[in-house]
Design a protein around this ligand. Structure first.
Ligand code: F6P
Length: 421
């Protein structure tokens, strides 16, 4: 990787004094180093992210600006906190018009007849206490040319897209069309996914709250498991391609005895990492067990006939929770072991709540950084967070690969110390 991979697109020179004076300003040359290990920084020339934060000089004239906000993809705790904080931060700069685009990119295609909402501090007051998004969300693509036609027609010069990697890819395509037409529109993405799988960002908003919610379900699964002789509490959480929720939940609530994630293969009956014989041993000793499985784990156990995709193009996973429930029951019966499996599938419950605690704080800080980046004419970027700092991450870099749990990491080794498999 070189510094070029971290280069943030700018619409032009920042020539206007920022109207926001009561702030700490960040110099354009400030970096947040990618390597966090000092030895590695010394060895390789320090490369890194542009530091997020308010600039003394800005690009867009606030008085002439019109901003738009949309939320796309699956729901996530904190969406309303981000919307609210964007509106307040834009207002602080003096941006007079803020549109709330309905149902993601769909709302930018006039064919669907979805009128935008006019967002004001009054409209967004108190919305942080509600889960979901006041704007609605959707998956699926809309024609980029049509989206840019709409932005141009509405004179929007700042677009905030709150979403995951699919939303960010859509935002990148919009930027390409904006550039082709030589328009001056900033497109800024705010990373939302409870899967926490966006690369070059240490955490996405909503993730911490989702872990807190999942952790509660583990306690219920433990109670159910202990309430039966040879009881198994089986919990499936979201995590299509990465097992971050499962891994963090295991550490947050170590009642979990088995943590199954997409990053680590396992077998059922035979093999070097076979689940069922291990479960027999555990039940013989303790007579109860809690299994936490991420939805993308164990997909190699299915005989797939065809690949199914959702409207965003993501491969839909086969139901590993249902498979495990029936395989555990079948195997134990075959071996003459009495077992009771209680299956919990709290997928949507953990993401439809509102963000709490530090997660809500994080939403506010990300939204402020997004507005500051937009006002300074940045585009084609995601607001990130890296080693304690807020950053600007080019969309192509952040979407270059999905972030997965490294199996040689401290995190995973800590999970392995907690569980028995
Ligand atoms: O946002 C990512 C995610 O949480 C995945 O883990 C999950 O597969 C997906 O959303 C499900 O969302 P929906 O059912 O809304 O498409």
């Amino acid at each position: 990787m070189t510094q070029d991979d971290f280069k943030i697109e700018k619409l032009g020179k920042c020539t206007l004094d920022s109207p926001v004076r009561d702030m700490f300003f960040v110099d354009d040359n400030e970096l947040v180093t990618y390597e966090t290990n000092p030895a590695a920084i010394l060895k390789n020339h320090p490369i890194g992210f542009e530091r997020a934060g308010a600039r003394k000089k800005i690009f867009h004239d606030p008085a002439w600006s019109k901003a738009a906000i949309l939320t796309a993809g699956g729901l996530c705790p904190g969406l309303n906190d981000v919307i609210r904080a964007l509106v307040l931060a834009l207002q602080k700069y003096g941006v007079p018009v803020i549109y709330g685009i309905r149902y993601g990119y769909r709302g930018l295609n006039p064919e669907h007849g979805l009128e935008p909402l006019l967002l004001t501090p009054e409209i967004v007051d108190g919305i942080h206490h509600d889960g979901g998004t006041i704007l609605g969300s959707s998956r699926g693509e809309e024609k980029t040319e049509v989206i840019v036609d709409t932005l141009a027609r509405m004179n929007i010069n700042i677009l905030f897209c709150i979403g995951g990697d699919g939303t960010a890819r859509g935002a990148h395509a919009i930027v390409q069309e904006i550039k082709r037409r030589k328009l001056s529109i900033s497109v800024i993405t705010i990373p939302k996914t409870i899967d926490n799988d966006i690369s070059f960002i240490d955490q996405s908003f909503g993730f911490a709250t989702a872990v807190m919610e999942a952790e509660k379900v583990i306690s219920c699964a433990h109670v159910e498991a202990k309430g039966a002789y040879n009881g198994v509490g089986l919990v499936k959480v979201m995590g299509r391609d990465s097992g971050w929720i499962a891994a963090f939940t295991t550490l947050a609530n170590p009642f979990v005895n088995y943590c199954l994630v997409p990053e680590e293969d396992f077998q059922l009956e035979k093999g070097s990492h076979a689940l069922l014989p291990n479960l027999v041993e555990r039940l013989a000793k303790k007579h109860h067990a809690v299994i936490l499985v991420a939805e993308g784990a164990g997909q190699e156990l299915f005989k797939k006939k065809s690949i199914r995709r959702d409207a965003s193009g993501n491969i839909l996973k086969d139901d590993i929770g249902v498979l495990l429930k029936s395989e555990i029951t079948r195997y134990m019966k075959k071996n003459g072991i009495d077992v009771t499996v209680k299956y919990f599938d709290p997928g949507y419950e953990i993401r439809s709540v509102c963000a709490v605690g530090e997660d809500a704080v994080f939403c506010n800080l990300l939204a402020n950084a997004a507005v500051q980046a937009a006002m300074a004419g940045r585009t084609d970027m995601i607001v990130g967070h890296w080693a304690g700092n807020f950053t600007h991450v080019p969309i192509p870099l952040a979407t270059s690969a999905r972030k997965k749990i490294p199996l040689d990491s401290t995190l995973w080794s800590c999970v392995k110390t907690t569980v028995c498999f």
